[in-house]
Design a protein around this ligand. Structure first.
Ligand code: NCD
Length: 310
């Protein structure tokens, strides 16, 4: 297949074609055995891991992925220890790091920041989340998980519940699903957290059948996948706005008893209270497996962008 990833940036899932997504998934599969065996595919290469916003899974799985490819990692998990604190602008930080590393993974609270970084860096930039905007690598691990668990993505009935307004993982995944066939999407959220109209419009334009509802219990029955999300407290305008909506929905054993036997329950994590702990033992709860898939998918992406695999 003649696909060229070397030197590219990954800012937005939209810029990857279905063919390219499929290829990343197939390279991710090839990475699975290398997780324990290790490899030298990216020996001598350096990943700069620039996290201006809190992260557990995205940052650690990027760093683990690079280590397992034989490369090394520099970076920070807290921008208050960097020159940003002294007033340095992102463009200058990026122009500097460009000379220190071979590839950048970055998370930043500002929408559009990943694109700015890519404009200033000559080396590839991977967006690890820019504000409420996009989170393309989460989407790649999400679709990898769906494929692994359900065999195919085409033809599935996928429910999103929770904070569909501010959840960047939801927006990116919705755009990715729009590339597949015969998908039905059920959006389950209170009015204040509903899916942005531009995302709904995009999915509809691409032929996705969309149902919008409030209340998980009524909608869970027909779903093949339920993707739950945390209410994104940090993106609300005020504390009151958040406390008014906090705890307005959750998934527990009782709700799971109404779902299909082969439905899978996904969540990008971290969860707060939207999935009760009594659900964790349910074989349909795949969120920790999903988090683990951050390793092979990010190994695949780093190796492809560095030209270490084709
Ligand atoms: C998500 C994020 O940062 O957008 N987490 C993740 O990357 N796994 C979801 C969230 O923070 O709720």
């Amino acid at each position: 297949m003649n696909l060229n990833f070397k030197g590219r940036d990954i800012i937005n899932i939209e810029e990857l074609s279905r063919k390219e997504l499929d290829h990343i998934l197939s390279v991710s599969d090839k990475m699975l055995p290398l997780i324990n065996k290790g490899s030298t595919l990216c020996k001598g290469k350096v990943l700069a891991s620039l996290f201006f916003e809190p992260s557990t899974r995205t940052r650690l799985s990027f760093e683990s992925a690079m280590s397992r490819l034989g490369g090394s990692v520099i970076g920070f998990a807290d921008p208050t220890v960097t020159s940003e604190k002294k007033g340095e602008v992102l463009a200058d930080t990026i122009r500097t790091v460009d000379g220190y590393a071979d590839i950048i993974a970055m998370r930043h609270p500002q929408e559009g920041s990943a694109k700015v970084a890519a404009d200033y860096a000559k080396i590839p930039v991977i967006n690890g989340g820019d504000g409420g905007h996009h989170h393309p690598t989460q989407t790649i691990l999400d679709i990898f998980t769906i494929k692994k668990e359900k065999g195919e993505i085409d033809g599935l009935n996928i429910g999103f519940c929770g904070d569909l307004k501010y959840g960047r993982t939801v927006h990116s995944l919705a755009y990715a699903l729009a590339k597949y066939k015969d998908i039905e999407v059920t959006c389950i959220a209170p009015k204040a957290l509903e899916m942005p109209r531009y995302v709904v419009h995009h999915m509809e334009k691409k032929g996705i059948h969309i149902i919008e509802k409030d209340g998980i219990e009524k909608s869970i029955k027909g779903l093949d996948v339920l993707y739950a999300t945390r209410i994104q407290k940090e993106r609300f305008g005020s504390e009151k706005e958040y406390t008014d909506i906090k705890g307005s929905y959750y998934i527990d054993k009782n709700i799971m008893s109404k779902a299909k036997n082969d439905m899978i329950l996904m969540h990008p994590l971290p969860r707060v209270d939207e999935i009760r702990y009594d659900v964790d033992g349910d074989k349909r709860a795949v969120y920790f497996k999903q988090a683990h898939y951050g390793i092979p998918t990010r190994m695949a992406l780093i190796a492809l962008l560095l030209g270490a695999v084709k």
